[in-house]
Design a protein around this ligand. Structure first.
Ligand SMILES: Nc1ncnc2c1ncn2[C@@H]1O[C@H](COP(=O)(O)OP(=O)(O)OP(=O)(O)O)[C@@H](O)[C@H]1O
Ligand SMILES: [Mg+2]
Length: 236
């Protein structure tokens, strides 16, 4: 479903060359929940930006649903990004001049279909625990509440893939757990999730954890499927 083949992203800053992502081979299957961890500057944001077609690789290939996304027309690629993928990025801010309900509806308005109707947007605000803020403007919300509205917005087009870059970055532990619960629930519904996080506690709830260092995936930990967890010694 998402596949990187020798994907490399090089930046040039101040005469230096930085390999933000360095020849990464990676496959994320449909329905997986993958966490990406690693030190600051290790390439996590660049990796998920490559996966979502927000950044073009300097070399190598990025495939989504079996297609090399950089051979698509601009129109096809923007359709893929708006229709198929929900982005929850570190600094993805809400539009300050419209209320929360309209912020949630906004991505659907580009598709011109029913997904952005007010009832559905309201249900998404309920899902993130903020139905009472529908009419409020983003500036009237706390940082964590804004983050949750952004998550509702990422879900409005019923994406098959969610790419989240530290979605719980500025949340308190309790709200962080709520967001994780929500992601797990969405994932159980079949949505593929790739989530960058600094928290090893949160990463441990994903099915697979990738650790990045200097642009490379240096470690991979796969956990048993959730359904196997109840195995206890007396059931063997
Ligand atoms: N637009 C850019 N121009 C130049 N260098 C960049 C750019 N974006 C990222 N880099 C560099 O690429 C490397 C990887 O950056 P990236 O943002 O992917 O790291 P990260 O793992 O997400 O870090 P953090 O945990 O701090 O968010 C860093 O060395 C960074 O300085
Ligand atoms: Mg980052």
């Amino acid at each position: 479903m998402i596949e990187l083949v020798k994907a490399t992203k090089t930046y040039h800053s101040g005469g230096d060359e930085v390999r933000a992502v360095d020849s990464v081979d990676l496959r994320v299957a449909a329905g997986e929940f993958v966490a990406v961890v690693g030190h600051s500057g290790s390439g996590k944001t660049t990796l998920v930006s490559l996966m979502g077609g927000l950044t073009r690789p300097t070399s190598g290939t990025v495939m989504v649903d079996g297609r090399d996304i950089w051979t698509m027309s601009n129109r096809e690629l923007s359709r893929l990004r708006s229709d198929r993928i929900g982005f929850c990025f570190q600094f993805s801010s809400l539009i300050s001049t419209i209320n929360c309900l309209d912020n949630v509806r906004l991505p659907a308005s580009f598709l011109g279909d029913h997904k952005g109707d007010a009832g559905r947007a309201m249900r998404l605000l309920e899902l993130v625990g903020l139905p009472e803020k529908a009419g409020a403007f983003p500036s009237e919300l706390s940082g964590g509440q804004q983050r949750r509205v952004a998550i509702a917005r990422a879900l409005v087009n019923e994406p098959g893939i969610i790419l989240a870059d530290e979605p719980t970055g500025d949340l308190d532990e309790e709200t962080e757990e709520d967001v994780m619960d929500l992601f797990e629930e969405i994932n159980l519904g079949g949505v593929t999730i790739v989530m960058v996080t600094h928290s090893s506690r949160l990463a441990s709830r994903a099915g697979r954890t990738l650790r990045m260092e200097n642009g490379a995936v240096v470690e991979e930990v796969t956990r048993a499927p959730r359904s196997e967890y109840p195995l206890s010694s007396d059931s063997v």
